[in-house]
Design a protein. Structure first.
Length: 443
């Protein structure tokens, strides 16, 4: 189980170059970059490292505190979430445009957060712009750091400042063998209600309003003497009216909880069904290589017949294909119906993720697979030489083959499915790697 990385948020008014700076920091063009104000509408996240310190950087949409348009209000709300979560804020300004009234408005907002703020003056490619950067002292944010996101000049100095402002590294808890379970999902899906039911106490404020969970606090549950750390994710704080679409921005909190867990419980609202937000969070569970359980909450509110659960399961499998390995449990956090089943499944999955298959067993598996499903592609036979397990949590396997280029996605999926059928691995993703090994007579 790993700790969540510190979070660094890039904020500023529209069209100051936040996305370009984001791409420069992470070293790839992940954000949509265009010379039109407001082209970054959703937050983007990526991991970065500088001078041995790893952190997550988030790119936010441009802040316009005057415009009351729906899209602008939505962007303000998602930036607000970034400000709440961030450990360090990078205030990006435009060295060519100089200090504007909008910059002063943003500066006032950032001062109220009590977070460390680094002032980055972007677009200082020309000498005159670097000289003019001194006028940004007027924002009251300390010494400006002149950078050019396009050319990369000054970004090393900026990263030095970011690394220095990060909170002290938390002690390594990789030896903590306790099972860590995270409850993730959209606001008001029942995360805190489930945790309260499992622990038997109202340790969180729970109401019918989405986003009433203020903080994420770990709780230790003992189940048959086994200590289990339950990680709850904070909901979205409500400050007046929240614009439509704000739910999608709770992904950041889910991400940080998933980083810290061994098994993630994705809660689905039985009344609402599967949403795009559910799929986003589920996808991150799979990408992070964590164990997964799909818990359909509020099942007590559904009118049911003998076909209802099967029909809902089919829908879940179609909408969340990438979590095909995750067991599904139908629960009611309110009544406690099957709530303890979530913990029982998490313990089983935790054990499964540590399962090691001997090389001998794997080689018998590859021989059987080759005999039963021998395939050819481009007129050539695909030959599985041998396999070995290279890691656990998640289980990872290395296959030596005559030519990895011949392995179509469907064949890789076949190998994974056959591994699961033979050895289990319910509730955990798997990682398959393929390396070329040719015999001399094949050259």
């Amino acid at each position: 189980m790993s700790r969540a990385l510190p979070l660094v948020a890039l904020v500023g008014r529209p069209n100051v170059g936040k996305s370009t700076l984001f791409n420069r920091i992470i070293g790839e063009r992940q954000a949509i970059v265009a010379p039109v104000a407001g082209t970054t509408r959703d937050r983007l996240y990526a991991e970065a490292e500088w001078n041995g310190r790893a952190f997550t950087v988030v790119d936010t949409g441009g802040l316009d505190l005057e415009d009351q348009g729906e899209v602008t209000v939505r962007i303000r709300n998602q930036v607000g979430l970034a400000l709440e979560e961030a450990d360090v804020l990078v205030f990006v300004t435009d060295g060519l445009a100089g200090v504007t009234a909008a910059d002063h408005d943003v500066a006032q907002l950032l001062r109220a957060t009590a977070r460390p703020v680094i002032l980055a003056v972007n677009k200082t490619e020309k000498q005159v712009a670097r000289l003019d950067a001194t006028e940004f002292w007027a924002l009251g944010m300390g010494e400006p750091c002149a950078v050019s996101a396009v050319h990369g000049t000054g970004t090393g100095d900026l990263l030095d400042l970011i690394a220095a402002a990060l909170p002290p590294a938390e002690p390594d808890d990789s030896e903590d063998e306790r099972l860590h379970v995270a409850f993730v999902g959209r606001p008001n899906v029942g995360k805190s209600s489930l945790l309260n039911k499992l622990t038997g106490q109202e340790r969180m404020v729970v109401s019918g309003q989405a986003g009433t969970t203020r903080d994420a606090v770990d709780t230790v549950l003992r189940y048959h003497g086994e200590p289990i750390v339950l990680v709850d994710t904070a909901g979205i704080r409500r400050r007046g009216r929240v614009a439509p679409g704000i739910e999608k921005y709770s992904v950041m909190r889910a991400m940080r909880a998933i980083e810290r867990c061994d098994v993630a419980v994705l809660l689905i609202d039985a009344v609402d069904g599967v949403t795009e937000q559910d799929a986003h969070i589920g996808g991150y569970i799979d990408e992070a290589g964590k164990g997964a359980i799909i818990a359909v909450n509020k099942w007590d509110l559904i009118e049911k017949d003998e076909h209802t659960a099967d029909a809902f399961t089919e829908t879940l499998r179609n909408e969340l294909k990438f979590l095909a390995y995750a067991p599904i449990v139908y629960i009611s956090a309110l009544t406690g119906q099957r709530a303890i089943k979530v913990i029982e499944l998490a313990l089983q999955i935790h054990e499964t993720r540590s399962l090691r298959i001997s090389t001998g067993e794997l080689n018998r598996f590859t021989s059987d697979l080759q005999a039963r499903h021998g395939l050819t592609r481009r007129g050539r036979e695909i030959k599985l030489r041998y396999a070995t397990q290279v890691a656990v949590s998640p289980p990872s396997f290395l296959f030596f083959v005559n030519d990895p280029a011949l392995l179509h996605f469907s064949y890789r999926r076949l190998i994974e499915n056959q591994l699961r059928e033979r050895f289990g691995f319910e509730g955990t993703p798997m990682r398959l790697f393929f390396r070329e090994q040719r015999r001399k007579d094949e050259d």
